[in-house]
Design a protein around this ligand. Structure first.
Ligand code: HAM
Length: 420
């Protein structure tokens, strides 16, 4: 017997209903984001490692511990994208989009790769739906993007997720906050902090604020608050964002600890969280990143964006079947087989979807399979039906059944379907 291969840890095969959820999410994203002027950009999965180091930040967990990085055959260091933003920025600069349109709105979906410890909602290959709005410094761009994200989640049927928001300040005011934070952190016993935070005090102090460990949270309870250190421009920017969200009735929670794990953010940052998916609560995250394009060798173009985690959205969408079909057709006897075959083809030509069972299992077993199929109707073409050119149509949920001429099957199924 040959060797049985297994998939790589943290990489998943996706069957229905998850694959159906993904298809639906992508269609819904195209529809809703399209209304806001977003067009789709597809970027490569592989980029030069340096792009991620420079954009995401050398000191972030993503760059330090989580990237799939390897040399190609000529020794150039490449990385499987851990997120979409860096690649979108590179493409935006490389294509010279700045010269063609004042504001570019680009969305991207696809797999991302991070070497994290896998658990529910956390994979090594995962998928994001990612949006970037480039070219506008206006707080209205931040607000519209967040409103679009919340509308998208609602269109998927998710009402419960909540929005957390904060403002990180800008290159003018953040250094002062950082100094105040470092002063505060120098006053606490470093050995009482978790291993990650003890390290971050030096390398990335803002991240200490969003540590989830109870001891670290307690120790930093009285840490300086970002918003209070925002300069007047940053404060005004943030207030406009909040006002727009309030005007649209979007509930939110100000979260002073929200700093995000990637270095490129300034001003507005946000996350959407759900309590229903275990420890990995963030289903989307994003914010403004005004210096990023320039830091990657492009023009001084501001930007704001977000990404949703599709696996986490799929967990929220649950196990319910979404692939309900119109019919499940079978012919238990030889007599009905040819007619059943022809009828199945006609139904599909008429736009109806369903399965033809080719087997000659017992009637009971065929009925059982029909019940599990997720079809709306079971169609039975037995000996009597074959002789009369009829077919028995059973509504699988309601249980009622009727024998009708085969010639009327299309009309019957389409009319009934519309009545549902
Ligand atoms: P992020 O917060 O690192 O942001 O990721 C966004 C979302 O991707 C998370 O909220 C989560 O739902 C999902 N996600 C992240 N890691 C995993 C994982 N290992 N397994 C499953 N899902 C995961 C970014 O990536 C930014 N590029 C977002 C952005 C776009 N900011 C501005 N523009």
């Amino acid at each position: 017997m040959g060797k049985a291969y297994k998939r790589i840890k943290g990489f998943a095969d996706m069957f229905p209903p998850q694959s159906d959820h993904f298809t639906r999410m992508e269609a819904c994203a195209r529809e809703i984001f399209g209304r806001y002027g977003f067009v789709e950009l597809r970027t490569p999965l592989l980029e030069f490692t340096e792009l991620f180091q420079r954009s995401i930040g050398e000191q972030t967990d993503v760059v330090q511990k989580e990237m799939y990085t390897f040399p190609d055959r000529k020794g150039r260091m490449l990385t499987l994208r851990p997120e979409a933003t860096a690649g979108v920025m590179r493409a935006y600069i490389e294509a010279g989009l700045v010269n063609r349109e004042a504001v570019s709105r680009l969305f991207t979906t696809g797999p991302m790769f991070r070497y994290e410890r896998p658990q529910t909602g956390r994979m090594r290959q995962f998928h994001q739906i990612n949006c970037e709005c480039l070219g506008s410094p206006s707080p209205l761009a931040d607000a519209e993007l967040i409103i679009m994200l919340m509308r998208f989640l609602r269109a998927l049927g998710l009402e419960e997720p909540s929005l957390k928001i904060n403002s990180l300040g800008c290159s003018q005011c953040r250094p002062q906050f950082r100094k105040a934070l470092l002063d505060f952190l120098s006053g606490i016993d470093r050995s009482a902090l978790c291993e990650d935070c003890a390290r971050r005090v030096e390398s990335n102090p803002l991240r200490v604020l969003d540590c989830k460990q109870p001891t670290c949270r307690e120790l930093t309870q009285n840490a300086p608050v970002l918003l209070e250190h925002n300069c007047p421009d940053c404060k005004a920017h943030f207030q406009t964002v909040l006002d727009c969200l309030a005007a649209e009735g979007i509930p939110l929670e100000l979260d002073h600890r929200l700093v995000r794990g990637l270095d490129y953010y300034c001003r507005t940052t946000f996350e959407v969280v759900s309590g229903r998916i275990g420890a990995q609560t963030a289903i989307a995250g994003g914010g403004r990143y005004d210096g990023l394009v320039q830091s990657l060798g492009g023009p001084d173009v501001p930007g704001v964006g977000f990404a949703c985690g599709m696996e986490r959205l799929a967990l929220l969408l649950g196990e319910a079947r979404t692939d309900l079909t119109d019919f499940y057709l079978f012919a238990p006897d030889e007599a009905g087989q040819a007619q059943a075959f022809a009828l199945a083809q006609q139904l599909r030509m008429a736009g109806l979807g369903g399965e033809l069972n080719y087997s000659r299992a017992s009637f009971k077993s065929l009925m059982r399979q029909a019940g599990k199929s997720g079809a709306r109707y079971c169609l039975i073409l037995g000996q009597d039906e074959a002789q009369a050119a009829s077919v028995t149509v059973k509504h699988l949920e309601r249980g009622q059944q009727q024998t009708i001429p085969q010639a009327e099957a299309i009309t019957y199924l389409t009319t009934e379907k519309n009545d549902d």
